[in-house]
Ligand binder design. Structure first.
Ligand code: NAD
Length: 298
């Protein structure tokens, strides 16, 4: 059993912390939102009065926060000054690669080990303990973090040194954002050409157009009954989160000098959809924007 501090008990962090409790760890939690802290307490997380109090007695500190600025500020101002020497920091937030590297540097300077370990799998995966963790870690930090991550996820991939987990996450989600738009464009073109949804699905799902956006997350109702299209495009994976990840990918591409024309275009398409008030709908609802730009066809 480890003593774990869990900072950020929102949609993802709450159920992840609950799975650590289920695995027999002692988990002290903190969140700025009282409602999140109360919900976590109901699943066995011990509420702390501050982030520093949660961290004081912990061997391991897990953070699940909105963005890079929150992680860096929390590391610098609250968590590292209160941490035990030699403790292990795991940041599972999705953040920009530069902030992830800064967080690693702050931890190293304070004598702590650290990993960046963003996740894929969403709120459902967090609750079921089936997340995929993409881990960036130096030295023995990966081996130390792995058993803790296994209590919250099914697949743990060591992607390389500090920041490599965040790099893998934004590269994967750039593929996802682009491929969803490609699948949606194909369905809208099919509609214009009088091709039924099921017929296009039956062909593309067993042909070279096959991809996750089609076969797991099909953006039209019918062919894949569990996809959000069958549920009024309730997320799922919200457009706002897809836009966040595509924006992180574009920032990284600009900083690293990578030409990602389709990633940039996908980011623009999701930004327009979000600006039109659709940030809370599942990202597969982008098919509606493509239809609107094509003239309504059913
Ligand atoms: P969320 O907004 O539900 O939770 C974030 C929590 O952090 C909130 O409860 C907030 O009060 C708390 N918080 C913010 N600053 C804090 C601080 N300084 N100290 C303590 N608590 C603080 O967000 P979420 O959906 O749980 O996402 C968390 C991270 O996981 C994000 O980086 C997101 O991009 C990533 N992510 C989300 C999903 C998803 O499907 N929701 C999937 C994969 C990755």
């Amino acid at each position: 059993m480890a003593h774990i501090a869990f900072i950020g008990l929102g949609n993802m962090g709450g159920p992840m912390a609950a799975n650590l409790v289920k695995a027999g760890h002692e988990v002290l939690g903190f969140d700025l939102a009282a409602a999140s802290l109360e919900a976590a307490a109901a699943s066995g997380v011990k509420p702390a009065a501050s982030a520093a109090e949660a961290v004081k007695a912990a061997d391991i500190v897990v953070t699940m926060l909105p963005a890079g600025k929150h992680v860096v500020a929390a590391y610098r101002e609250q968590l590292l000054p209160a941490a035990q020497p030699g403790s292990l920091f795991i940041d599972s937030s999705t953040i920009d690669v530069a902030s992830a590297r800064e967080a690693h540097a702050l931890a190293a300077a304070a004598g702590a080990r650290s990993v960046d370990a963003p996740v894929s799998g969403g709120v459902g995966g967090a609750a079921a303990g089936t997340l995929t963790f993409m881990v960036g870690a130096e030295g023995d930090a990966f081996a130390a973090a792995k058993p803790v991550l296994e209590a919250m996820g099914r697949k743990i991939v060591h992607c390389g040194g500090g920041g490599a987990g965040q790099a893998a996450k934004i590269c994967n989600n750039m593929i996802l954002g682009i491929s969803m738009i490609a699948v949606c464009e194909a369905f809208v073109l099919g509609e214009k050409l009088g091709l039924g949804h099921q017929a296009l699905y039956d062909v593309a799902s067993t042909s070279s157009g096959q991809c996750w956006s089609l076969t797991t997350y099909c953006p039209v109702p019918g062919p894949v009954p569990t996809s959000p299209a069958n549920n009024g495009y309730k997320p799922g994976f919200a457009t706002a989160l897809m836009l966040k990840d595509l924006t992180l990918a574009q920032e990284a591409a600009a900083a690293a000098g990578a030409e990602t024309a389709l990633g940039r275009h996908a980011q623009e398409i999701y930004a327009r959809f979000s600006d039109a008030g659709r940030g809370g709908t599942d990202f597969s609802a982008i098919i509606q924007a493509i239809r609107e730009h094509s003239g309504e066809v059913q």
